[in-house]
Write a protein that binds this ligand. Structure first.
Ligand code: C2E
Ligand code: MG
Ligand code: MG
Length: 535
């Protein structure tokens, strides 16, 4: 048969044909080199493959070439072309037994592809959903366990290279060389063509591991077919469910049988979470913890913040997030409020601040409930405060302000929580009439080092002064941070320096706090005296 006939077949699927010898150099090039790689084909012979593709993609190409048995084919993967941000190419490679170890490559122009290496979980979910929407063949979500890898890698000077090669090997196996991510320690996920045998995935990864001297590790894999009808919007949710299951349970538990099955299980689990959380709230299966807030003018206890706790779990944050997502935050805020009112009624010396989500503040029912409860217990007046958290949920600042004014009219001070983090921003300060503003902990931790945080805090305190809003600094962990916020003119402080959240409100502060304040006050007076003109 004429050689031209073979070239015809080659060019039917590709724009450029390359042969790479076992020294990694191009031994033959024919076709549209200029349009695919930005150099004419005759200029390609003798160049190394590394000089053709972007350095970020080298581990993938290396893993792809190393993993090729005689007669085996790999790809297509999408690569960035070296020295050209805009240019990407599809590469398919095959090693024919007759070719003395040389690798035959077919290249064509490709649309831009995403970042090299492994993706973050979020990017992976989003990219996998996009790939699935545009796929021309059946895909699967494959998982690879490489048990013992991090242990063997630890302390090895080659650790970074092992990571790069493994990422390359995973991407070389992924559909279009794209979506691959780390699910948990030594566990990876990728989207790949469903008709590729699972054994090929394992053997190619084993090959890369043994090349770097880690032959004792035996990778295992499992896959979930990405089939079934799922609306595009819900694909990421279904994928997330499968990824989370593997993160929690490893590969022991059977994977969902299809994408639609994963979605079904995801919805079921959401419903059962909602059911369980709803029941926990109704049955008051939570406790309250109390963290002291001190007055920075004299070091005296001002009030306690009430923080909810679920079981032995430390931070309630994941549960609060879930409650926000499942529309259960208002019943939770109401339940915490009712329990807090009982505590306030039982101890007339206490002042307590409860957190209230932006969503609850938007609710007519929540605010009337508070007003109603306070009317019935006059002894509590002036001793209940609110911290507005998750203000991202405030959709209508005008309505939120009317509700806040109703709470203030009922005798409660209102504080804007987490100012400077995410949503709680200047618009809130401008449109809400507030008593207090809590400066987010991220500004406080770095405050003592001066710099940008110090400038931010200083100006914020000045602005609040003009608006008649008092300020509170959270996450004050050290005497240096205390000194810095005090100097900036902040009114109150909260943080580990004064105490963590405890089961019972602490009636007095640590003696060290008082001592520091007495000494601090003394040194200020001495400084004043020295400056006095008659001194
Ligand atoms: P937040 O209101 O900003 O509460 C401060 C968080 O910082 C608390 O975490 C507290 O334990 C922690 N913290 C206090 N001092 C320090 C410190 O010096 N250093 C450090 N690193 N951390 C400190 P926690 O208890 O995990 O609460 C997390 C968030 O959960 C709260 O943030 C609040 O937004 C929310 N939350 C707690 N209870 C409720 C509730 O009853 N209702 C609502 N809607 N949200 C709540
Ligand atoms: Mg708070
Ligand atoms: Mg906060």
């Amino acid at each position: 048969m004429s050689p031209h006939r073979f070239l015809g077949f080659g060019f039917a699927a590709a724009d450029l044909l390359l042969e790479i010898g076992d020294d990694g150099k191009v031994t033959f090039a024919l076709g549209a080199g200029e349009s695919v790689l930005g150099a004419p084909d005759r200029a390609l012979a003798g160049r190394t493959w590394q000089s053709l593709f972007d350095v970020d993609d080298h581990p993938m190409v290396e893993a792809m070439f190393r993993g090729l048995d005689d007669g085996a084919r790999a790809g297509p993967v999408v690569l960035k072309v070296a020295g050209d941000e805009e240019r990407s190419a599809n590469l398919t490679a095959i090693r024919l037994p007759q070719n003395k170890g040389a690798i035959s490559c077919a290249l064509s122009k490709a649309a831009q592809r995403g970042a090299a290496g492994l993706q973050s979980r979020e990017d992976f979910e989003a990219r996998a959903a996009e790939l699935l929407a545009g796929a021309t063949q059946e895909l699967e979500l494959a998982f690879v366990d490489v048990v013992g890898l991090s242990q063997q890698k630890a302390g090895s000077p080659d650790a970074a290279r092992v990571d790069a090669l493994l990422a390359g090997a995973l991407r070389a196996q992924a559909y279009r060389g794209e979506a691959a991510t780390e699910v948990g320690p030594d566990r990876y996920a990728l989207v790949r063509a469903a008709d590729e045998p699972a054994a090929a995935l394992i053997s190619r990864i084993s090959r890369v591991l043994s090349d770097v001297g880690l032959e004792k590790i035996a990778p295992t894999s499992a896959a979930m077919p990405l089939t079934g009808s799922v609306r595009p919007k819900q694909v990421a949710q279904a994928l997330r469910f499968a990824l989370n299951q593997v993160l929690r349970e490893g590969l022991k538990k059977p994977l969902p049988s299809s994408l639609s099955n994963a979605l079904e299980q995801a919805l079921q689990s959401t419903l059962s979470n909602a059911g369980a959380l709803g029941a926990a709230i109704r049955q008051r299966r939570f406790s309250l913890a109390y963290q002291p807030v001190v007055n920075l003018s004299d070091g005296a206890l001002h009030h306690h913040e009430v923080l909810v706790r679920f079981g032995a779990q430390g931070s309630p944050f994941p549960t609060i997030r879930m409650a926000e997502e499942l529309d259960l935050i208002e019943p939770l805020d109401v339940a915490v409020l009712e329990e807090t009112l009982k505590v306030l009624a039982s101890d007339p010396t206490l002042t307590l601040a409860v957190n209230v989500s932006g969503r609850s503040v938007m609710s007519e029912a929540y605010v009337s409930r508070v007003v109603d409860l306070l009317r019935k217990s006059p002894s509590i007046k002036g001793r209940l405060m609110f911290e507005l958290t998750e203000s991202a949920a405030v959709e209508d600042l005008g309505l939120a302000d009317r509700h806040i004014q109703a709470l203030r009219a009922a005798g409660c001070e209102v504080c804007l929580d987490d100012f400077g983090a995410g949503a709680a921003s200047l618009a809130y300060l401008q449109q809400l009439t507030l008593d207090l503003l809590k400066i987010d902990g991220r500004y406080i931790r770095d405050l003592q080092h001066g710099g940008r945080e110090a400038t931010f805090v200083k100006h914020l305190v000045n602005m609040c002064g003009e608006l008649k809003v008092r300020t509170l600094a959270e996450m004050v962990e050290t005497p240096e941070a205390e000194e810095a916020v005090r100097k900036a003119g902040v009114h109150y402080a909260q943080g580990w320096l004064y105490g963590r959240a405890t089961e019972k409100p602490t009636p007095t502060l640590d003696a060290a706090v008082g001592r520091r304040f007495r000494e601090g006050a003394l040194s200020i007076r001495t400084a004043h005296d020295r400056q006095a003109p008659w001194g």
